[in-house]
Design a protein around this ligand. Sequence first.
Ligand SMILES: [Mg+2]
Length: 207
Amino acid sequence: MIKSAREVVGDEVELMVDAGGSDAFWQHGYKWAINTAKMLAEYDVTWFEEPLRPDDIEGYKRLTEHAPLPIAGCEVLTRRQAFVPWIEQHAVDYIQPDVTKVGGISEEHRIADWADDHSILFVPHGWNTAEGLAADLQLVAAARNARWVEYLAPSCYIDDLLLNPIRLSGDGELQIPDGPGLGMRWNPDGIARYTGGMRLTTCTTGM
Ligand SMILES: [Mg+2]
């Protein structure tokens, strides 16, 4: 599969491999992970994501030290404090907090900053909604140690919920919205379609 993917995209395109959530197909043991990492490096894979069980910090430390390509992980962790040992012990090369799980934008920015102080790159995992991806784009723009976001494409929850959908350009880049807030403009019809007919209402304030 990796050989075919590399042949199809050529040498200039970055390929990443994510083994997360695929336990039914791979044994997530250390020896499988290190042997697979060596194979992936032969095809110039950019990173190997979640090759071990997500809480196996000792396994990740060993793998990150010995694997010939960068190791990514931590998308399932919640709370900023859970990331501290992973960062301070350099258990991964790329850390992937999910803004919808870690306590919000300020908390994720602090995780990214702490990772930068420890020479770990930041690849956010807002992933499967337009709101998560919009937040990730702002976080990446504000981080010195980031250049990618992990997200799902195509996805109706990303593509259909905004009037200004976030789309890849021809050269594989995402435009960072520059409107107020996260730059999103909700699509009322898209929201109604996936919520059983809910309609957006005008926000009013009062005491
Ligand atoms: Mg992933």
